[in-house]
Ligand binder design. Structure first.
Ligand SMILES: *Cc1c(COP(=O)(O)O)cnc(C)c1O
Length: 399
């Protein structure tokens, strides 16, 4: 542990070599406090979705505000049990698109509830769960969603994510006590959320009324500055009372949105019809979602100068705007294109914003590019270099 030199969260703890992910516990706590208030007002319980964010080094700071974790695999449910789940009052939910025969016993050994993705998985494993008194749920696919990306749309055509046929679901109601519905993706529109929930109620209300709990999944962007959290709380409370169910939320991105940066150094500058810069990290290896969703990273700081810089819109791209590239050999390894206050120089430090969710859980060793360290700014302002990676980690990831 090293003492921090400054309290401004955009500034670089100089003793750590780039690249590194810098997580800000105060910003994380600010997010989970909003979740906590939403839960207090609505009666809902919030479970951190580990698939978005599993950097357990900050879980002790988050745990007071959340009810536990939910998972999408054996490894995640185990991590949830070992971290949040070590506290008696926390819940560890298990879900997977498909469990295998040889892992189900271990999954059940960590789970307080288990949600099966299909009726066939339910039928295959429900007896094992019941033998251990573990409540069983089923994922419901309402065939409608609030997702602007087809690749992330659980209700996409021919989706495998959950059961949709009402008659078939009704037939297994004696086997389940709850359902999970996850059909939002970074949805910051309360009215759209509410309308889609109303649609689910209209079609599945009689089923919901026979259950004890309903998880509404993640993807509700209620941490946006102007989101009507009170209205959402009221909506969830009414929903819960109407059907007599415990509501769960499974926030991933909302828990850590805006609470981390990826800090990099400019290794080279070039010119090819526009100014170019290459930094010591890679979007393919370290911020993969930018590539998948064809988005660009915001900049939070250049050389300790905090400046919130959005990528330029396509229409504003010009021969003056700078493209910042990653160092992998993927031709399109691009962090973004920006109108910068000054030309970049070799050695400049650039912190990319919103780098906590869906980044560390997806990082990989493509090109053998050095993996960013994980650095945590604690609530008291001190800096922990939580984890550094080296050649041995790279080598051990292969054989
Ligand atoms: C991805 C996912 C979440 C978390 O989604 P966020 O958009 O990160 O909030 C929650 N539940 C399920 C079932 C998911 O697949």
């Amino acid at each position: 542990m090293e003492e921090i030199m400054t309290t401004d969260h955009t500034k670089t703890p100089l003793s750590v070599p780039t690249p590194y992910y810098l997580l800000d516990e105060s910003a994380i706590v600010a997010n989970v406090q909003i979740i906590h208030r939403l839960c207090e007002q609505s009666g809902a319980k919030a479970l951190l979705a580990l698939k978005c964010f599993a950097t357990w080094g900050v879980f002790d700071a988050m745990a007071p505000y959340l009810h536990g974790t939910t998972s999408s695999s054996l490894n995640e449910v185990r991590l949830g049990r070992e971290t949040f789940g070590k506290h008696d009052d926390k819940e560890t939910h298990a879900y997977s698109v498909a469990y295998s025969q040889d892992e189900i016993d271990e999954v059940l050994s960590y789970a307080d509830k288990i949600i099966f993705n299909s009726i066939s998985q339910l039928n295959a494993f429900k007896d094992k769960a019941k033998a251990q008194n573990i409540p069983v749920g089923l994922r419901l696919n309402p065939k409608t969603s609030n997702s602007s990306f087809v690749i992330a749309d659980p209700a996409r055509p021919f989706s495998r994510l959950g059961e949709h046929d009402k008659a078939r679901i009704e037939a297994v109601l004696p086997d389940i006590t709850g359902v999970m519905i996850h059909n939002n993706c970074e949805n910051d529109d309360f009215d759209a959320f509410s309308a889609s929930l109303a649609d689910i109620e209209a079609r599945f209300g009689d089923i919901l009324a026979q259950l004890e709990w309903v998880s509404l999944g993640g993807g509700i962007h209620f941490i946006a500055p102007d989101y009507p959290v009170d209205k959402l709380a009221e909506r969830l409370k009414t929903f819960s009372e109407t059907y007599g169910v415990q509501v769960y939320l499974e926030p991933g991105e909302a828990s850590i949105h805006g609470a981390g940066t990826l800090v990099t150094t400019v290794l080279d500058t070039m010119h090819n019809d526009k100014p170019l810069a290459v930094v010591d990290a890679s979007i393919e290896a370290h911020m993969l979602d930018l590539l998948i969703y064809r988005e660009a990273a915001p900049i939070e700081a250049i050389n300790d100068e905090g400046l919130r810089l959005s990528p330029v819109a396509d229409s504003d791209k010009s021969s003056e705007s700078t493209i910042i590239y990653g160092r992998s050999c993927l031709a399109g390894d691009i962090f973004g294109e920006y109108t910068l206050p000054a030309a970049l120089n070799i050695g400049d430090t650039i912190a990319f914003g919103n780098a906590a969710g869906y980044t560390m859980v997806k990082k990989n060793w493509f090109n053998g590019v050095n993996m960013p360290a994980i650095v945590i700014r604690r609530l008291d302002g001190s800096i922990d270099v939580q984890r550094q990676f080296n050649y041995d980690d790279y080598k051990a990831s292969l054989s």
